[in-house]
Ligand binder design. Structure first.
Ligand SMILES: [Zn+2]
Length: 188
């Protein structure tokens, strides 16, 4: 996977577990897919910006495994397809492990803390998928984009990861298509 270190990850999904899957740009286009976050330093910065604190343990293999499984599950969910059993197995195991490894630091109020970023994200994914927001998970309609978001519009009408990004591209495309149509009809 290509790595575009200069491109900043974005936080537009409305939930850290979805922003996590969105750290892959052009997720559903194999020719353009690119990792927006790589290496411990960038992941720590990402975690802080995602509001996950600065978890100590860093486990890149685990992060990528979780991100892939979560992406496949969310694709099936938004496609209204059966959940992929292998990905579900991975997620289930990672959520259970995160619960087992969680600890309670000696301070009040008592709060369970995940043992690292991968565990933190597994628990946030569990929270998302077990709560009412699961019905509001949508996927950008931009060709190749594949980014997920929580649709908080009243009528469930959000179509784009960002209106200024994929939404803009769609407007430009439709504008171009209309122009082409006009040129065609005037010549014929
Ligand atoms: Zn998009």
């Amino acid at each position: 996977m290509a790595q575009l270190a200069s491109i900043e990850p974005e936080f537009l999904a409305g939930h850290p577990a979805l922003d996590f899957v969105n750290t892959v740009a052009w997720r559903t286009d194999a020719t353009r897919r690119a990792d927006r976050v790589s290496g411990p330093g960038q992941w720590r910065t990402w975690a802080a910006r995602a509001g996950l604190g600065a978890p100590g343990r860093y486990d890149l293999d685990g992060l990528i495994r979780l991100r892939t499984a979560l992406g496949e599950i969310l694709d099936a969910h938004t496609d209204r397809a059966a959940l992929p059993s292998a990905a579900w197995e991975v997620l289930q195991r990672m959520v259970l492990t995160a619960h087992q490894r969680a600890y309670v630091p000696a301070r009040l109020p008592v709060r369970r803390e995940p043992a690292g970023l991968t565990d933190a994200l597994a628990l946030r994914a569990e929270e998302l998928l077990s709560g009412p927001s699961v019905d509001r998970i949508g996927r950008c309609e931009g060709p190749g984009c594949g980014w997920f978001f929580l649709d908080r519009t009243r009528g469930g009408s959000r179509r784009w990861c960002s209106s200024g990004d994929c939404g803009n591209r769609d407007r430009a495309r439709r504008h171009y298509a209309k122009g082409q149509g006009r040129a065609h009809s005037s010549s014929g």
